[in-house]
Design a protein around this ligand. Structure first.
Ligand SMILES: [Zn+2]
Length: 311
């Protein structure tokens, strides 16, 4: 008899739910709306009902289910306490206790970025490597550290929060966290756009980016096509990306570093861009590491949430 596990990737507008076998085969993935009214008090009940309905539909008994894991957009400690999830309306909310009381099955919870890292380590770009670092290059820079196959959670659930490593002393702009010169101010999609604007303003050289409303993707496309200014922007971007990754890798000594998020769509060129500064700044004992691209896209969180039950 097959045994099943559920994974939930909870976001501010929808929750993605996955029914998987314990071997990680996808059986069914679907979504439910996230109801954030009343400080998000209906969210976990809605998800529990959706899981129960699916079990009925598929004739799955409680005894066939190992449990359900959930990734939450906020810091979650090892006891399941979520300190704050602004997008959901939660503050000091014990996700494991609440979810378990509604679902009546074993449950686990973690931070969504960390959980996505576990998904990539299990079935994605880091498959086969129990020591993995995921760097998510989106609006911000997120991350997850997988050590010996498990999430590094930290004491208050902020383990793997690499976007706010201090990289630059004289950065005039403030980061969302309140500090100056954070990794994500340079290596996120927003950061790449900021670098682009600065570099374009500092030169008169012609560029396809000049005078038009471009997006982050256009920078890397133009660099690939040989646009000199775009290549310079990409080079600067790669410098900061490599430096931030070098600092992180020097602490956690991963076997593989997986790049995910929107910017990672630029593909393999990112490895060439980041390697010079990565190799310059990384601790020599941590230099021998593979680089790969994330493979699961928006499904990583569902896989990772399920995998938490299989530790
Ligand atoms: Zn910051």
């Amino acid at each position: 008899m097959a045994r099943y596990v559920f994974g939930v990737d909870l976001g501010g507008t929808t929750a993605k739910i996955g029914l998987l076998t314990e071997g990680g085969e996808k059986v069914d993935f679907w979504e439910v709306k996230t109801r954030t009214d009343n400080n998000g008090e209906f969210i976990l009940g809605d998800i529990a009902n959706a899981i129960r309905d699916k079990m009925k539909e598929k004739n799955i008994d409680d005894s066939d289910v190992i449990g359900a894991g959930i990734g939450v957009p906020g810091a979650v400690n090892v006891d399941g306490l979520c300190y704050q999830a602004v997008n959901l309306g939660w503050e000091r909310y014990n996700v494991v206790n609440e979810f378990h009381s509604k679902l009546k099955l074993p449950v686990k919870a973690g931070n969504d970025a960390n959980v996505a890292a576990l998904g990539e380590a299990w079935k994605g770009g880091g498959q086969g490597y129990p020591n993995m670092l995921l760097v998510t290059l989106g609006t911000g820079v997120g991350g997850g550290i997988i050590n010996e196959g498990k999430i590094l959670t930290g004491s208050k659930g902020s383990g793997g929060e690499i976007g706010h490593i201090h990289l630059v002393d004289d950065e005039p702009d403030k980061c969302g966290c309140g500090n100056h010169g954070c990794f994500e101010q340079y290596a996120s999609a927003t950061g790449a756009m900021r670098l682009a604007k600065r570099i374009l303003a500092a030169t008169d050289e012609d560029s396809v980016l000049r005078g038009k409303d471009f997006e982050c993707k256009d920078i890397f496309d133009a660099a690939k096509a040989g646009d000199k200014v775009a290549m310079d922007i990409a080079k600067h971007y790669g410098y900061y990306l490599g430096k931030g990754i070098a600092i992180t890798a020097s602490v956690v000594n991963p076997e593989i570093i997986v790049l995910g998020g929107g910017v990672s769509k630029a593909g393999e060129m990112l490895f060439d861009l980041l390697k010079p500064s990565f190799e310059e700044f990384v601790f020599p004992g941590c230099k021998d590491v593979k680089f790969a691209l994330a493979k699961l896209g928006n499904d990583a969180g569902v896989y990772g949430a399920a995998k938490m039950l299989l530790y």
